[in-house]
Design a binder for this molecule. Structure first.
Ligand code: HEC
Length: 192
């Protein structure tokens, strides 16, 4: 045993040089019959070692069963916003709207954003009656795929945030037609 120790140490030392490949005493497990990804194989009818995923396989986290949430539609009809209307959702919607929509539509939704002001490209006024009457699902779809000259934002904005923006567009609708009656009585004097 005592005599084997220096030999063992020497072997370990040999394997640890900064630039030398490690010494292989026994065959390493990396040397074994196996298929690398996308290698050819005579085992399967299609000649490939990689097997296609069974039909209907869904990657973890990619199950999109909630049709309304992902498409804005239910049975071919535009659906209502599936998110709960909480202050958190509205604040998220405002933040995302100010980032993604305000450059063209401006922060009030009127359509006088910086991009519009510097070009002759006219965004729609989001407070128009036509937009007010659109179902939530149609606004969601407009953000997802765009409409005529407006580009879609499905790659930049997640489904959740698109719905949060839809909720915030509704808040803008209320704000732009607000009257003094909407202000709590104790705060009205501050406005005059
Ligand atoms: C790059 C500029 C730009 C950005 C950013 C933008 N829009 Fe638009 N949007 C437009 C233009 C331009 C139109 C008018 C399209 C047309 O009629 O050709 C439009 C039209 C619309 C319409 C009306 C669609 C219709 O059916 O007439 C809605 C609703 C809308 N935008 C919502 C949004 C929302 C919400 C966002 C943020 C997620 C957004 N837009 C971001 C430029 C933009």
């Amino acid at each position: 045993m005592m005599r084997a120790a220096p030999i063992l140490l020497a072997l370990i030392g040999l394997g640890c040089g900064p630039n030398t490949p490690p010494l292989e005493v026994f065959n390493d497990m990396k040397h074994q019959p196996k298929y690398l990804p996308l290698e050819a194989s005579p085992l399967f009818a299609d000649g490939s070692a990689s097997r296609p995923a069974p039909e209907g396989t869904v990657a973890r986290g990619e199950l999109r069963e909630d049709t309304v949430f992902y498409t804005g539609k239910s049975g071919g009809e535009y659906a209502a916003n599936p998110l709960p209307l909480t202050m958190e959702v509205l604040q998220r919607g405002r933040e995302r709207f100010d980032i993604y929509c305000a450059p063209c539509h401006d922060r009030t939704g009127e359509g006088r954003g910086i991009v519009a002001l510097r070009s002759n490209w006219l965004p729609v006024n989001l407070n128009d009656d036509r937009i007010r009457q659109m179902p939530d699902g149609q606004l969601f779809e407009t953000i997802t795929y765009g409409q005529r000259t407006m580009p879609g934002y499905r790659f930049q904005i997640t489904e959740h945030d698109r719905w949060a923006i839809v909720a915030y567009v509704r808040a803008l609708h209320r704000a732009t037609r607000g009257t003094i009656q909407d202000v709590p009585p104790e705060l009205r004097s501050a406005l005059r």
